[in-house]
Design a protein around this ligand. Sequence first.
Ligand code: S3P
Length: 425
Amino acid sequence: MKKMIVLPKGNFDFTTDKIASDKSISHRCAIFSLLSDKPSIIENYLGAEDTMCTLNIVELLGANIEKSDNKITITPPLNIKEPPVILDCGNSGTAIRLLMGYLCSCKGFFVLHGDQYLCSRPMRRVADPLRSIGAHIDGRSDGNYAPLAIRGEKVKAFHYESKIASAQVKSALILAGLQADGISTFVEPELSRDHSERMLRGMGATIVSEGLHISIHPQKAPFSPLHITVPNDPSSGFFFAVAAAICPGSRVVLKNMLLNKTRIEAYKVLARMGAHVEFVETHNVYESVGDIVIQAGELHGVCVEENISWLIDELPALSIAFAYAKGKSIVKNAEELRVKESDRISSVVKNLRLCGIVVDEFKDGYEVMGGIMQRTTINSFGDHRIAMSFAIAGLRSGMEIEDTECINTSFPNFRELLSQIGTIQ
Ligand code: S3P
């Protein structure tokens, strides 16, 4: 498996508008374009393995896809086609869960599949509420694991109170609610990323959010198409934010970033730790977009226990900043980390320990004593965010990361950008 060695190259002042396009928004663009009867035009769609899988699925469902330069035109079919093959979601929880919500009420038979990691992630959180409104979904382990077989059925309106703050669960249920036989309501315990509500409203859906309550009105007429330039992904950009924060005398400017408040919380934690962070909004299309400037500062430990769903994807990278901070940092209420692309509590704890950092593991988080990371060989556990987080640590300490192909699932040009501020072998 492909190994990456990252070595320090001194401090840096790095400006880029080449951070990978937003993954959450790209998946949604592909899937939501099926709701319209007109072509959607998507610029800056993420060309990573996961989002290309989703685009391929949309094509198998009957859409016509044309690509030119940085633009994709998705012309939806009149009616969803029953595909003759399985639908491969790759490594993507977002794709498989949103597609469950959409396909469960489409006429036909569909099999959703994924890689070995996706096939061991829980699907019951979406399948159970969908089954309770009439969806026919089956899978391994009593319907909890992919491959999942779906036979489309008319679904009933629902009132569902989710115990987890998950945008994937919320989005799946919103997609089902749009096809239901009456007005549905969904309640989440804490606001999770809200791209689905924003984009679908922009397409003409009636989705009313009042605090954590969302009502979803079924839509008979087709939706307006999407016309969007996908902003750059703050979760991918965050690796470079941590790079600036841990390398004294360094600065990074990230251009054209998505600034949705449910996505930039980790940058705010970095600021609380002592880094200098500035957000500059430049425009707003469905979402706030702008630049983020991050400058090194003296880092000290923090406690992270609130708004966890707003920084869940950034916790592995944030842990590298914890390792370089003065004092103790604590993560609590983050049990969801255990069911991501890897068990990220275990992956972070094991790897930090290999680097000589003192870490305590809890069921719902971990505690890191700041120190100096040592160069060693770490395992990515097939998880793109673990691989990239420890590659960033290499800018300070040198690091060897095994099994780095997974980086292509979300950030194909990560290595190229990293090579501008560090030495890569
Ligand atoms: C995502 C939601 C989050 C996040 C994932 C992308 C999305 O997952 O971790 O990377 O696009 O909706 P959960 O909704 O399961 O928390």
